[in-house]
Ligand binder design. Structure first.
Ligand code: ADP
Ligand code: TRP
Length: 321
């Protein structure tokens, strides 16, 4: 069966951009092959220095993914740090990774430019990604456009190691989500934690309404017709409402006589209703933390079986055993 693998950084709550841009596509891929969904807490450690926060983010990310539809009976869902081979293979890969390859990475340079301390782990981040992917002989790696360069680095690393030691590791195919639309945030820019313009998935209802009400709109008076093209309200509404309801909103925009406040109210209700079943499942998981731990432990067990096998292959190839 095709192996589809991706890493999820547990670095806080998820927002609509994460859901429609990454979570839902991954959940849908469970019908196409075997999904490996890794909570990459070792990666998160490059930016989260607070141990309680890291534990909490990882737990919450697990709960949110399960609530939204990652199915542990079909997929391998686990915590990266539960499988020590990730860090071990990374070391071996490091020995064939040219410095220049990592020095060119935009993500590293951007983070340093934004004031992030220049640590070795941040620099070596793509090598750990390579390890995530290669341990499971992944066929397809679905990622956002921002990860395209990292995936190229991963492919270069595979080529290097196979040149040095024969065909030890499998060359993965990236699947760059070019077609996935960028979800706009409250201010119309890309929704992103770093812009503070997000609508989180599981906010309390009152807060959610307040958030939706704070979407930036122009000052067209209530009675005047409004332009539906490029409206953040309509773009978000399309994600959560039926086509008929979207059409009704578009028509109402054009007709005039209705203010942005009412459109936002409709959007709020549609978001609330769309996520209601997930919210319910999430509440259940929150009440039963042991079940989450069990799911992650089982996932780690399955992952570990594969990882020890692959790493054994690498050990023999390079002369570590
Ligand atoms: P943030 O920008 O909030 O820090 P991340 O970079 O952690 O989000 O994104 C995690 C995943 O969610 C990535 O796969 C990314 O492509 C996707 N994603 C994030 N924001 C959006 C958005 N506004 N539209 C579409 N996809 C998004
Ligand atoms: N670096 C990816 C991100 O920030 C997360 C990630 C870690 C990943 N390991 C991976 C993605 C392996 C795909 C495959 O989004």
């Amino acid at each position: 069966m095709t192996r589809i693998l991706t890493g999820i950084q547990p670095s806080g709550g998820f927002h609509l951009g994460n859901y429609f841009g990454a979570m839902r596509p991954l959940i849908e891929m469970q019908d196409r092959g075997q999904v490996f969904a890794i909570l990459v807490d070792l990666h998160a450690l490059t930016s989260v220095r607070d141990p309680e926060a890291l534990r909490d983010y990882t737990r919450r990310a697990a709960i949110d993914f399960l609530a939204c539809g990652i199915d542990p009976t079909r997929s391998v869902f686990f915590r990266q740090s539960d499988v020590p081979e990730h860090a071990e293979l990374m070391w071996v890969l490091s020995t064939v990774t040219p410095m220049g390859l990592l020095e060119r990475c935009h993500a590293y340079k951007d983070k340093i430019a934004r004031g992030h301390g220049a640590t070795h782990a941040l620099f070596a981040y793509p090598v750990l990604m390579a390890s995530d992917i290669l341990l499971y002989d992944a066929d397809i790696v679905p990622v956002g456009k921002d990860q395209k360069q990292h995936l190229e680095v991963v492919r270069d690393i595979v080529i290097k190691i196979n040149e040095a030691y024969g065909e030890v590791l499998k060359l993965p195919e990236p699947e760059i989500a070019e077609h996935v639309a960028t979800i706009p945030g409250l201010d119309g820019q890309k929704m992103s934690k770093s812009y503070g313009n997000t609508i989180e998935l599981f906010m309390e209802e009152k807060k959610l309404r307040k958030r939706v009400m704070s979407i930036v709109t122009d000052s067209t008076p209530l009675e005047t017709p409004k332009d539906p093209d490029g409206s953040t309200i309509i773009e978000l509404y399309r994600l959560v409402a039926s086509p008929a309801d979207v059409q009704r909103m578009v028509d109402d925009f054009r007709a005039g006589g209705i203010g942005y406040g009412e459109f936002k109210q409709r959007l709020f209700e549609a978001i609330r209703d769309y996520f209601a079943p997930f919210r319910e499942r999430r509440e259940e998981l929150l009440r039963d933390p042991d079940s989450v731990d069990r799911i992650l432990a089982e996932g780690a067990g399955q992952a570990r079986d594969i990882a020890t096998n692959t790493f054994g292959r690498v050990r023999r190839a390079v002369g570590l055993s």
